[in-house]
Design a protein around this ligand. Structure first.
Ligand code: CP3
Length: 343
């Protein structure tokens, strides 16, 4: 491991006087250069599947801001597409997929080893980035966690309360469990290929973990994450993993130990003081600035960023937002943020 990279040092458990920093969705619509490249690609999925352009938008925020990490430009819904789901994006509305609600739908999915034909351009993007990034910048690969991906596959779109996925879980638990198992094994293959292509860290996005309560949280957020991490670390010894069980609340406590994650990413619903005491005790944390401050900016942004740095100063910390940066964020506010964090 390169002892010099700040993100890798944090993930190894090192406390740093100035925490490394990157932002979820740092390549995105708030940047004019992203909008230009996206227009050049034609549409979002074309951008994801054109390695030169996907690498270009990954690099744009690194050039502009010098973040400590670059995150592969792709989407969590490329994996279901590679498994055979239809996927498209409705402008202004978000993703749409063919729905999966029956055993026949599940049987039509491709096997875990048949995803790579579709995903080959993503691996090529990773290879380009591994060559092009500055030596101090860490390259993060990612996938959706099985529960979050399943919520989109079952409903065919994003849902407020993940109702269709919860309904299938109750109505046909065997089918639901079989889908989770298929996604778990496919996610391992997908991330393993990203690592072979040059990703140095991987992150699992469980954006809808918060709607899993009690036993369901253990079964569908913790267990698949643990299984994926165990298999990835067996194949790639020393690979650091970041897990983001968004809105997990009390479920954040013990999540490092329960899953083997090296870093747990925090949303804005928990206070940094609470998380320092109850979560950071067990390992590196990432987060958790309110993304709205990237729109409003000013001294409120700088002070909130400094408060998070102070709260997490006693242990390993990667500075980030509690969720993705919004399209209406002001790029100038990223400069304000970086001055506040880096001093
Ligand atoms: O963070 C990054 O810069 C890396 C790229 C990345 C994207 N999506 C690009 C993207 C990552 C890590 C994701 C993850 C993702 N995708 C998640 C998990 C994180 C989260 O936000 O909770 C989810 C749930 C998705 C599914 C998805 N993709 C949705 C719901 C949407 C529409 C919402 C929106 O912001 O428009 C997308 C589209 C998407 N993925 C965009 C980007 C930059 C916007 C597309 C565009 O350019 O029009």
């Amino acid at each position: 491991m390169d002892g010099g990279k700040t993100i890798l040092r944090a993930l190894a458990g090192e406390r740093q006087a100035v925490p490394p920093v990157w932002l979820m969705r740092q390549a995105g619509r708030y940047l004019p250069e992203y909008r230009a490249t996206r227009a050049q690609a034609g549409d979002f999925l074309k951008l994801c599947y054109t390695p030169e352009l996907a690498a270009e938008v990954t690099l744009q925020p690194i050039r502009r801001f010098g973040f400590d990490a670059a995150i592969l430009f792709a989407d969590i819904l490329l994996l279901p597409q590679a498994l055979g789901a239809e996927l498209w994006f409705e402008t202004g509305e978000g993703p749409r997929l063919s729905t999966l609600t029956t055993a026949r739908d599940l049987a039509r999915l491709k096997g875990k080893d048949d995803i790579h034909a579709t995903l080959a351009p993503v691996y090529e993007t990773v290879r380009i980035l591994a060559r092009a990034l500055p030596r101090e910048t860490t390259l993060i690969g990612f996938a959706g966690a099985p529960w979050t991906v399943a919520t989109y596959m079952i409903a065919g779109r994003g849902t407020k309360d993940q109702g269709p996925a919860h309904a299938l879980m109750r109505a046909d638990p065997a089918l639901f469990d079989a889908l989770m198992a298929r996604l778990t094994e496919a996610t391992v293959e997908y991330l393993s290929m990203q690592v072979q292509a040059g990703a140095e860290v991987v992150k699992l996005f469980d954006s809808w973990a918060g709607s899993l309560k009690g036993e369901a949280f253990s079964r569908y957020a913790v267990a698949p994450t643990r299984a994926i991490i165990a298999e990835l670390k067996a194949r790639h010894p020393g690979l650091p993993v970041i897990a983001f069980p968004r809105e997990a609340g009390q479920g954040y406590v013990g999540f490092h130990a329960a899953t083997g994650a090296d870093c747990v990413a925090l949303d804005t619903s928990v206070s940094a003081g609470w998380a320092a005491e109850h979560v950071q005790r067990h390992g590196c944390v990432q987060g958790n600035l309110d993304p709205r401050l990237m729109v409003t900016g000013g001294e409120a942004l700088a002070e909130a960023a400094r408060a998070i740095v102070r709260a997490f100063a006693k242990g390993p910390h990667i500075f980030n937002l509690g969720h993705g940066i919004a399209p209406d964020a002001d790029p100038a506010n990223v400069e304000v943020l970086l001055r506040a964090v880096r001093g």
